[in-house]
Design a protein. Structure first.
Length: 430
């Protein structure tokens, strides 16, 4: 059997097998015991496997190490073991092998940096509450060190609580907040609280868990209304964005750093997310992109221009949401020729373009936002002068909204598996 095939067999056995006798049998059968002896990284394969294969781990450790003594350099095995989410593997390495969370030159003192790395990695990889509890309660691994703050781009200073929010893991978050008294720290340490809130409104693939965490902050941590603008400007979750406005009473017109919610939404790279916010603010809260913050700040149109967000500009301009004066003012300071040309579009040209064929209109004439009421959607669709020039965003209530579509002449919609539906030219030509 070629060596590569032998290694493949061994890897498969180590990932799936919990019986050490079977592992030994396969090693003998394929004559690859020498591979195990010469490649200790295979121990890592068994450690990382998401199965309770502690007996296999014990067998491999005996083959690698004399009297099961693992040197300090081998303690990275612990970081691999926490990836599996299996507490017994972690317990075995810490209690039966010579791996320690203590400092090598001062065995009585906890190596806080390495110990915290284990805790954070547990949360980031397997999100095992059992392992988190074990590390904290049995080995006194701290859940917070004063002065820590969130920095997703620099995980070296990530705290366990921040990690549980970013993951997100509500069960671990709840344990840290209530059993480890992190709630009081969040209340009293303003800098750390801002880091936690920043993480809580960050976009997540598991919005249900994220919303449980955000609701906990508002229910238990005495969030001051003065912190609302900070949250509005930092949220990248549309669900969290709506929650702040609809349930927490945050006014989207509140100014933070000279900008309101609409101006913040008119800048950035995530088009799906920014459109959701923009459409929600325009159609549900009647915020207009040409209005300048406090009458003298920056308008949403200007923000979209300076950040060269073409789709947003097309929506503002060809959706009839701008004024000639504001477009001209933005065009004077535009640094991009294409942006300047769009801004100088006349009202007559805008009206003419709304009567063009769909093939000539690449960008949208009208959008429907997630979260708009059915009545509001029906009203917008029914009063539109060009109902067949749509790029439509639909929510989970797409079925109920779709009932209105036959009332609108010649509207074609392209459905995707996601929340957003785009009726762009490339789809319509299929």
């Amino acid at each position: 059997m070629p060596m590569s095939e032998r290694e493949r067999v061994l890897r498969s056995v180590l990932v799936h097998c919990i019986n050490p006798d079977l592992v030994y049998k396969k090693l003998i059968e394929y004559d690859i015991t020498n591979i195990v002896q010469s490649k200790p990284n295979y121990l890592g394969i068994a450690l990382r496997a998401p199965i309770d294969n502690v007996e296999v781990i014990q067998y491999l450790v005996k083959r690698y190490f004399t009297d099961q003594k693992m040197t300090l350099r081998d303690r990275d095995c612990l970081l691999v073991a926490v990836d599996s989410g299996i507490l017994e593997k972690v317990r075995y390495l810490l209690e039966e092998c010579d791996i320690s969370l203590r400092k090598p030159d001062s065995p009585g003192d906890l190596d806080e940096e390495f110990a915290k790395d284990c805790m954070v990695r547990t949360i980031d990889s397997s999100a095992s509450l059992e392992i988190v509890k074990y590390l904290h309660e049995r080995h006194k691994v701290p859940v917070w060190i004063k002065g820590e703050e969130s920095a997703p781009e620099n995980e070296e200073i990530m705290s366990p609580l921040i990690s549980s929010i970013f993951k997100p893991s509500y069960s671990i978050f709840l344990y840290l907040m209530e059993e480890c008294d992190m709630c009081n720290i969040v209340k009293t340490d303003k800098k750390f609280r801002y880091s936690c809130l920043d993480a809580a409104v960050d976009g997540s693939s598991n919005e249900a868990e994220s919303m449980l965490i955000l609701r906990y902050f508002f229910d238990q941590c005495d969030i001051d209304s003065k912190e609302f603008p900070f949250l509005m400007s930092h949220t990248t979750s549309f669900t969290a964005f709506r929650y702040l406005i609809e349930e927490c009473g945050v006014d989207p017109r509140t100014v933070h750093d000279g900008q309101n919610a609409l101006t913040f939404a008119s800048q950035g790279d995530d088009m799906d997310y920014h459109f959701s916010k923009i459409l929600y603010l325009v159609y549900q809260h009647d915020m207009l992109p040409w209005k300048r913050v406090n009458g003298h700040g920056v308008s949403a149109l200007e923000e979209a221009s300076s950040h060269q967000m073409l789709e947003v500009l097309n929506f503002f301009i060809f959706g009839g949401l701008t004024t000639v004066d504001e477009r001209r003012r933005c065009a004077q300071i535009a640094t991009n020729a294409q942006i300047g040309e769009i801004l100088l579009t006349t009202d007559s040209a805008i009206r003419a373009k709304s009567n063009c064929s769909l093939d000539e209109v690449v960008q949208s004439h009208l959008f429907l936002a997630r979260g708009l009421s059915e009545e509001r959607c029906h009203s917008i669709l029914s009063t539109s002068t060009s109902p067949n020039h749509f790029q439509v965003h639909l929510s989970s209530s797409a079925d109920s909204l779709y009932r209105f579509m036959p009332k609108i002449a010649d509207i074609r919609i392209y459905f995707t598996p996601y929340e957003f539906v785009y009726a762009k030219r490339e789809y319509l030509k299929q």
